[in-house]
Design a protein around this ligand. Sequence first.
Ligand SMILES: C[S@@+](CC[C@H](N)C(=O)[O-])C[C@H]1O[C@@H](n2cnc3c(N)ncnc32)[C@H](O)[C@@H]1O
Length: 354
Amino acid sequence: MSHEQKRRTSRHNVVLHCGDFREVCDSWPAPTVIVVDGPYGVGGFPGDPYSHAELPAWYEPHIAEMSARATPETTLWFWNTEVGWATVHPVLERLGWEYRSCHIWDKGVGHIAGNANSKTLRKFPVVTEVCVQYVRRVSIGANGSAQPLRDWFRNEWMRTGLPLYVANRACGVKNAATRKYLTKDHLFYFPPPEAYESIARYANRHGQAAGRPYYSAPDRDRPYSPEEWARMRAKFYCEVGVTNVWREPAVRGAERRKKTAHKCIHMNQKPLRLLELILRASSDPGDVVWEPFGGLCSTAIAAASTGRRCYSAEILPEYFAEASRRLAEYVPQSKARSADAIAPARETARHRSA
Ligand SMILES: C[S@@+](CC[C@H](N)C(=O)[O-])C[C@H]1O[C@@H](n2cnc3c(N)ncnc32)[C@H](O)[C@@H]1O
């Protein structure tokens, strides 16, 4: 095996790199999804700091790299402990990420075994992690005069000289256009492509001639198409029955990669079911997924099983080698998990049996 092959494995539309994420990601295409599962501040693997207080400084340059390559369609899922996430959240916000939702991974009472000495620790046993969903804060316009998407959308209408209520006529609705799409307050909704198209068309037909084109980027002479407009926000597909509490035991059985019968290879191996869930929720088959901190590259396996393309980096050769073996052993299971939503009833049953 050549030196290059030892540092790079590829199969099933997945590319694994052995190296520092920031040194290898230049060759990766722009991501639709980024699954961030890096340091937790618990000393869980070599290089993981011993305190959450060190996480912001650690994450900042890595997230800056992700932000530079993200698009308005990109979703970032940030896995961590509750306090680890709380500490890094300001960094994510500063680097252009908008909080959407916090999901609690509840590993269940089965996770308590051997994990807590509450007399010494003086707290209840911890059986959770969080997976927090972020989307890009989108601005439109030339550098220097870029405006948040919602302000831009309203200001383009204002430029036409038409009264606000006329936008309702443009959309064929009673008052939804002014109430949802042109509002300045927190009740703003992203105009769906069909509403956007009606408003942009009306503005360009009936707005003051001198200001045309409306709803166009500064460097072009036509409005964004409905398809381009749809790409101004992150994808999201909600599966029925899924909530922000995910009841799923820690990885066990055949899925758990082990050194010996009693020793795991990586403490942080994530369940494929949860990774598949977030990939299905925030991307389409064929889309690009980034896994900057691979470990055993569970996201890459989840991407293969859901038909996404994935680029992963793992800095430690031992984990990279195991992730490569895992990928080589992976057998595509046509329908298997893609139709397997986390329905609460079934999940509760799984949880109890854990
Ligand atoms: C929390 S673990 C990921 C576990 C993974 N989600 C799984 O299911 O196996 C984080 C991993 O990131 C790796 N890592 C840390 N810094 C890195 C960097 N700069 N580039 C690439 N990998 C890094 C660590 O060696 C560790 O294995």
